[in-house]
Design a protein around this ligand. Structure first.
Ligand code: MN
Length: 246
């Protein structure tokens, strides 16, 4: 891997992001998180094929937008690394991508009449009617639902449009941010939003944030991400150190 201080810092932060997402229940044995390369917009950093809670700095590979590692070319990668490559290709402003199978999201991926909408001030990054990617429209009715090609990644990136979250029918979600930390923050609160929304729906008809409320809340929260990050990082390091034998 190339060597620079900014790259080393990006690798370290990506390791922490992996551990936070595992510790917060957004990923388990599956799911992954990436960050765009700090010096090369046509590259990104992503772990080799490894569970996020176990990822360490030596697992992080540099990928090109063809979803192939720049070095260590024989290292097996995640099957769905095309989610990351094609989103970075299609959305130049995106700096971080999280892919998750969080259980709370799944009902919102399969019920067309119940779109995920911003229901509280912590999830103002959601717009009304989060898009659902229907893989059958692109891969037919006998796929394994995985984004296992550049063509499918490209279709997913198109479905994302200018949203922070795209739901994937029967599969999970993919979340983007203008920083790695923002993508992690948003994936955590998208999951919180899903739980609140499902509970509220069982009580009656929910009131969602207006577009203006959502935008204001998103701006406020974006300025406060580091406060949560420092706590999540400390908790994650303590909780995952034992798993990694550290
Ligand atoms: Mn997946």
């Amino acid at each position: 891997m190339e060597d620079s201080n900014t790259l080393r810092a990006a690798v370290e932060e990506l390791v922490v992001a992996n551990h936070i997402l595992f510790d917060r229940g957004i990923v388990d044995g599956f799911g992954h998180v990436s960050v765009r390369h700090p010096d090369r917009p046509d590259r990104f950093l992503l772990s080799r094929n490894r569970a996020p809670g176990l990822v360490s700095a030596q697992d992080i590979l540099v990928y090109g937008l063809d979803a192939e590692p720049v070095d260590r070319k024989d290292e097996p990668g995640y099957l769905e690394r095309f989610i990351h490559s094609e989103i970075y290709r299609a959305h130049p402003e995106v700096m971080g991508v999280v892919h998750s199978h969080a259980v709370s999201m799944l009902p919102f991926t399969v019920v067309a009449g119940a779109p995920l909408c911003p229901i509280c001030h912590m999830s103002g990054f959601l717009k009304r009617g989060t898009p659902i990617f229907e893989i059958r429209d692109h891969a037919g009715d006998a796929s394994d639902l995985l984004i296992r090609s550049a063509a499918l990644g490209c279709q997913l990136a198109a479905a994302l449009e200018d949203h922070a979250v795209v739901l994937m029918r029967g599969h999970g979600m993919t979340v983007v941010g203008r920083t790695l930390r923002q993508s992690v923050f948003r994936s955590i609160y998208a999951e919180v939003n899903a739980r609140i929304q499902a509970t509220a729906a069982s009580l009656g008809t929910a009131t969602f944030l207006t577009e203006g409320e959502a935008a204001q809340a998103d701006a406020t929260n974006t300025g406060a991400i580091n406060r949560a990050w420092d706590l999540w990082a400390l908790a994650a390091e303590q909780n995952t150190a034992r798993l990694r034998g550290a």
